[in-house]
Ligand binder design. Structure first.
Ligand SMILES: NC(=O)c1ccc[n+]([C@@H]2O[C@H](COP(=O)([O-])OP(=O)(O)OC[C@H]3O[C@@H](n4cnc5c(N)ncnc54)[C@H](O)[C@@H]3O)[C@@H](O)[C@H]2O)c1
Length: 274
């Protein structure tokens, strides 16, 4: 497979490391789309083990160059702006995209633009479970009828730096769990674009953005990034609790997100998939 990656930050580096592992999906070629002016620095810092792993590695700074390279599949792991700037063109060109910055889909205009681009290009927009689990049963129950979903995301105070939470309280001085947001998934994904991807994922798989209740908590004693949600439906009652370790490169990002993307890549390439 020839894989394209949009962004080369924490998640993309983890994906490249993961692709060098024994159980990884088979990727022979890699093309990276990175921010302008970064090629020399990223090329110099590219891990040696990965250089040996892939038959060809290209770095480009424009979306048209990424498409010209002809990747079979592209993973967006750059941020909500990159979803806006690059993903519609990729879909229109007929290339499937795994979008990691899922919170971007809380914007109904962008959501419709992506749907239209995928339809025009005959491509698929693939939304991985990311940092959370249980999306399989949530989507199944949603197909079966109405679902009520309540989500609480808890992270250590440092993970809320640079978000509206920092204006509400002195994050460094917190001594008890403090709710920094309470509302629906659309507001959560809009106000906390780097911390509410899970809320958006649950909304997209389940009851939608306005009907999904979200509470975001800063907790100085949180053991990691905690994702808890309940689903009520006529078919089942479900409780999920996941304690993720934050990734070493970005405290806002759970380490498991990287492996969820590797699973999504495997789903595209595999013959028997689970
Ligand atoms: N779905 C989930 O559950 C989930 C979980 C964690 C993170 N995320 C999201 O994944 C995304 C990436 O997370 P990360 O931890 O790797 O972040 P990061 O900041 O470590 O890396 C992002 C990289 O993308 C680059 N970039 C930004 N805009 C770009 C553009 N237009 N084109 C090319 N490169 C660009 C940045 O320079 C940076 O190197 C974020 O949007 C984050 O919110 C989703």
């Amino acid at each position: 497979m020839h894989l394209g990656l949009i962004g080369f930050g924490n998640i993309a580096r983890g994906i490249v490391d993961g692709l060098c592992g024994a159980c990884a999906p088979e990727v022979e070629r890699l093309t990276l789309l990175i921010s302008e002016g970064q090629t020399a620095a990223i090329d110099a810092a590219f891990p040696e083990a990965a250089r040996r792993q892939f038959a060809d590695i290209s770095i480009v700074e424009r979306c048209d160059a990424l498409l010209a390279a002809g990747p079979d599949l592209i993973v967006e792991c750059a941020g909500q702006n990159a979803v806006r700037d690059s993903v519609p063109a990729v879909l229109r060109a007929g290339v499937d995209v795994i979008v990691v910055s899922i919170g971007a889909l809380a914007d109904p205009v962008l959501y419709e633009e992506l749907r239209a681009a995928a339809t025009d290009g005959g491509a698929r927009l693939i939304l991985p479970a990311g940092a959370v689990g249980g999306i399989d049963i949530l989507k199944a129950l949603q197909i079966g009828g109405d679902v009520t979903v309540r989500y609480r995301g808890t992270k250590p105070p440092a993970a809320w730096a640079g978000t509206p939470a920092a204006a509400q309280c002195d994050l460094a001085a917190l001594s008890a769990p403090t709710t920094v947001f309470s509302g629906d998934a659309r507001a959560a994904a809009t106000q906390f674009p780097k911390n509410a991807n899970v809320a958006a994922t649950l909304a997209l798989a389940g009851a939608g953005f306005t009907a999904t209740s979200v509470e975001l908590v800063a907790d100085p004693s949180a053991p990691g990034n905690l994702h808890e949600f309940t689903i009520e439906s006529e078919l089942a009652t479900v409780s999920v609790q996941i304690a993720n370790r934050p990734s070493s490169g970005n405290a806002k990002t759970s380490q498991t997100t990287i492996y969820s993307v590797l699973r999504a890549i495997e789903h595209q390439a595999g013959i028997i998939v689970i």
